[in-house]
Design a protein around this ligand. Structure first.
Ligand code: ADP
Ligand code: ADP
Ligand code: ADP
Length: 213
């Protein structure tokens, strides 16, 4: 399967991705995770992306299209993929379509993590992540076994620099202005499934399974 996950920051894309990935044997490509790794490693890509990310604005289309194009060549993506956080603009969606057309494939389903903005601040400000795996926890909704420590590796968890109430405002603005039109782009193709992303994770997963069956 070739899937796209679209939803505002904190809507649960990163939480559902590993579950979907394992169930359908797909690779998980999260542009946010890849960009954060590039920023941490201070690669040329990371240096270019950092300023926009810190402000909660989108990184340029050319940069992210480049990393997705490269990442999709991985052998683990041959069986299909989950794009998490990409495409975020209509231009990115068009570029993705062109990329897939060349390979003779197309997107099968777009999962729309529909949720009210009001719920997101608490989710975002309570989020803790394990940077190298992308696993996320929440102080209230999904606490790790030991506070500040990853359950699987025992390594420390961190809070993202952009996970503040203030930067969230810019990220939501970018979502409504630049990413919501992407949902309409795929509505016209008839491949969008709407999820009730405000529900508990297990119920969201059940909706995902129904949408993909
Ligand atoms: P969220 O958890 O808010 O959905 P991500 O981890 O997906 O956030 O993205 C973090 C930041 O990385 C974004 O605010 C943006 O600056 C940048 N980014 C990630 N994916 C893209 C993309 N497809 N296009 C442009 N910028 C992106
Ligand atoms: P996204 O990848 O869309 O930005 P995450 O999956 O990282 O979102 O979720 C944001 C925060 O909310 C995390 O701390 C996560 O543990 C928590 N969370 C995710 N899904 C739910 C849910 N269905 N109900 C409550 N909290 C959730
Ligand atoms: P439900 O899943 O409860 O049956 P809907 O499928 O009617 O709900 O809609 C879920 C979300 O998707 C709503 O936020 C709605 O605004 C949005 N939506 C529905 N149809 C469209 C469309 N054609 N274009 C853009 N957004 C839509």
């Amino acid at each position: 399967k070739r899937l796209i996950l679209i939803g505002p920051p904190g809507s649960g894309k990163g939480t559902q991705s590993p579950l979907i990935k394992d169930e359908y044997c797909l690779c998980h490509l999260a542009t946010g995770d890849m960009l954060r790794a590039a920023v941490a490693a201070k690669t040329p890509l990371g240096v270019k992306a950092k300023e926009a990310m810190d402000k909660g604005e989108l990184v340029s289309d050319d940069l992210v299209v480049g990393i997705i194009d490269e990442a999709m060549k991985k052998p683990s993506c041959q069986n299909g993929f989950i794009l998490d956080g990409f495409p975020r603009t209509v231009v990115q969606a068009q570029k993705l379509d062109e990329m897939l057309e060349k390979k003779g494939t197309k997107v099968d389903k777009v999962l729309n993590f529909a949720i009210d903005d009001a719920i997101l601040e608490e989710r975002i400000t309570g989020r803790w992540i394990h940077p190298s795996s992308g696993r996320s926890y929440h102080t209230k909704f999904a606490p790790p076994k030991v506070p500040g420590v990853d359950d699987v590796t025992g390594e420390p968890l961190i809070q993202r620099k952009d996970d503040t109430a203030e930067v969230l405002k810019s990220r939501l603005e970018a979502f409504h202005r630049q990413t919501e039109p992407v949902i309409d782009y795929y509505y016209k193709k008839g491949i969008v499934a709407n999820l009730h992303a405000e529900k508990p994770p297990k119920e969201v997963m059940a909706e995902v399974q129904k949408a993909l069956s």
